[in-house]
Every structure is written in C-alpha cells, then in structure tokens.
Design a protein around this ligand. Structure first.
Ligand SMILES: *Cc1c(COP(=O)(O)O)cnc(C)c1O
Length: 365
C-alpha cells in the first residue's frame, strides 16, 4: 500500500514535544542541574552497573530504590512507585484518571505536558488561567470544582515556568473540597524546600510527583516517582509499562539516592545564585523578573525574541516562552554555575544597553 489511513483523530494538529535544544556553550534552557554527578559517585555507579545482569528483565517495581525512597519519606513501600522520568507518571495519570468523558483541571501557564497528555487520552481540559502575578485564581478554581465533574487536577509547585510554589493552605483546602485526584507536581521541591508529603496521611486523593532529573542531576537517566496512598498506587500500576524503569537506571538511581546528601551544597548554591540573579535581572533596564522558588527565573522584557537571539548568538541558550499565551515577551533562564550566570547577565545587559542607546534619541524627542 502506498498510503496509510489517518492516525487517531486526537493527534490532528498536535505538535510533538520539542525541548528546543540547540548547540550552545551555556545550557540555561531546560532547568537541569548545571553540575553533573561528581566523580566519586560516578565511580560507585560504574561498580553498581557492572553487577547488573543485562540478559534479565528488571525488577518491575524497582524494589531496592522503592524501599530507599519509602524509608526516606517515612512511608510504606506500597506508597511509592517509580517511573521512566516524571513524564511517564504524568502520562499514567491521564490514562488512569482521564479518558473519554472525563475532565481535568489545569492552571495555565504551566507545564505543557499536562494538557498534551489530556489531549492524547481524550480527556477534557478545563483551564483556570492564572492571575497577572501568576498566582492561582483560587475563587475561580473552587467555583468550577463545585460543578462536581472534575476527575483530576494537576498543580505544579513550584510552577514551571512561572516560578512560585502554590500556597500550602490552598492545597489543603483543595484536597478537602473534592474527591478528584490532586497531583502536586514537586519536580523542583528540593529548591523550594517545601512539600505536601505530610498531607498524604489525611488525604486519599493526593499524589505527589518527584523526579531525579533536576536537583539530582539525572535528566539523562529518566527516573521519577510518585508518593500516594496504596489505593492510588495500585491504579497507576494497572496502566504503567511493566518494565519502563530499566535495570541500569534502577542501579544508578539507588546509588544517587543513597548519596543524595552530596547534592546539598550544589542545591544551596543554586538557591543563593537565584537571589543574586534575581537582583541582577531586577536592576537591568527594561527587564521584569518574576520571583522564583525554583532553579530558574522567568522574566519579561520588550523584544524578548530578539534578546533570545542575541543571547543565543553569544552561546547562552535560554527558553523562549514569548509565543505562549499569557507569557508574551517572557524568557526563562535556568540557574547555572556562577560563571554561566555571570555570562548570561553580561550578555543580557549588553543587549539592554544596545537597545537603550538605539531608543535614546526617540526618548528625548
Ligand atoms: C522536569 C519536570 C518534570 C519531570 O521531568 P522528568 O525528566 O520526566 O522526570 C515534571 N514536571 C515538571 C513541571 C517538570 O519541569
């Protein structure tokens, strides 16, 4: 046959996820940890991987790593499930709680993967747009929830790409107001130092998402996990790919998790650099940064598209959100090493000065 019938209708017009990765000297676009796993931990990893039997299927539930995570969080292993990155677990959420005739509540601008997964699974998305300062419109959320048809809700805390975490009291009231499954995406909680884990005991409808991709420098390895009550975990187990977390990733994850204290100084540095970067952005003419609890800062400036180009020409790759609704003229810069951050600020100020001098005559006229 020299033709093929159309793919499923929900794929029409859908654009595959594009991380917009381009060659650069400073990658400040994907919220990765700027420092790779240190040399000693890499050696422990090499030893652990050398013992992995490649000819055998992996432990479907990653038992060793699961136990480590459960213990660290004061939970039973039945409350933990590993996935092939947080992304797989986000897809599993849409498979298990979404589907035709089902509805999710979303708070844009937020992580675009949430809406994409809903669409792939024919789940209806109800958007409650964030306010101008990117806080959640709580009143609108509760009012919509009152209609009783919402099956699941995702709240990123901190919210990517805007930066701040959701207020704890809002999350508590949300969990109390509905029996919808509420996923709190804590992909960046190591940088916000805040978690809703204590709310698991009283809330059957809470699921927390975490990842090894950000604070733990393992974006290349693909490991994420959820924390939830056993009833919720069992539903995720029904839809997940049984062998999605390969044996090599399990071995790497266990070593990194056991050595997680070693990542603390790097996390502290990112938090300190975040406030230095915020001040530098705030004092750059024409730039408005948004406060962040995470490892990036979103900022708005006239001519953001040109600024992105200018940075890219200088070898600094940031993320352009200027085409995203509610994020006109917004760029997001990941906090890098102090040297990368200095370079970013230097180039951005060069751009601002250049634009300022082009405009000066008009401003005087
Ligand atoms: C990075 C990220 C994740 C998970 O990413 P994985 O690499 O798939 O673990 C989940 N949610 C948000 C908001 C993220 O930014």
């Amino acid at each position: 046959m020299n033709r093929v019938r159309e793919a499923a209708p929900q794929l029409a017009g859908l654009v595959p996820y594009d991380p917009k990765y381009l060659p650069a000297s400073a990658y400040l676009s994907a919220n990765e940890n700027p420092r790779d796993v240190d040399a000693e931990v890499r050696e422990f990893i090499a030893r652990a991987v050398a013992r992995v039997p490649f000819n055998r299927y992996p432990d479907p539930l990653a038992g060793d790593l699961r136990d480590l995570i459960a213990e660290a969080n004061g939970l039973d292993r039945s409350c933990v499930l590993l996935g092939n990155g947080g992304d797989e677990l986000l897809f599993d959420l849409a498979l298990a709680w979404g589907g035709p005739g089902r509805t999710c509540l979303n708070f844009p601008p937020t992580f675009s993967v949430y809406a994409a997964n809903a669409r792939l699974t024919n789940t209806t998305v109800v958007d409650i747009a964030r306010r101008d300062d990117f806080s959640i419109d709580e009143e609108a959320a509760f009012e919509r929830l009152g209609e009783g048809d919402i099956d699941y809700i995702i709240v990123a805390s901190p919210n990517n790409p805007t930066g701040l975490r959701a207020p704890q009291d809002f999350l508590e009231r949300l969990l109390a107001a509905t029996d919808a499954l509420v996923m709190v995406d804590e992909a960046y909680f190591e940088f916000s130092r805040s978690t809703v884990r204590p709310l698991l005991a009283a809330n059957e409808n809470l699921v927390i998402l975490r990842t090894f991709s950000k604070a733990f420098s393992l974006a290349g390895v693909r490991l994420g996990y959820i924390l939830a009550n056993p009833g919720v975990i069992s539903e995720f187990m029904k839809v997940r790919q049984p062998y999605s977390v390969d044996a090599v990733s399990q071995a790497i994850g266990s070593v990194v998790y056991e050595n997680r204290a070693r990542f603390e100084p790097g996390i502290r540095e990112i938090i300190e650099e975040r406030s230095r970067m915020f001040d530098a952005l705030r004092t750059t003419p024409g730039v408005t940064p948004y406060p962040s609890d995470s490892n990036w800062i979103l900022f708005r400036m006239e001519g953001a598209g040109e600024a992105w180009e200018y940075l890219y020409e200088a070898g600094v790759l940031v993320r352009d959100f200027s085409a995203t609704p509610l994020l006109e003229n917004c760029l997001r810069v990941t906090i890098g090493t102090p040297a990368q951050n200095d370079e970013f600020i230097r180039v951005l100020r060069g751009f601002a000065a250049h634009r300022g001098s082009e405009r000066a005559p008009a401003a005087r006229a």
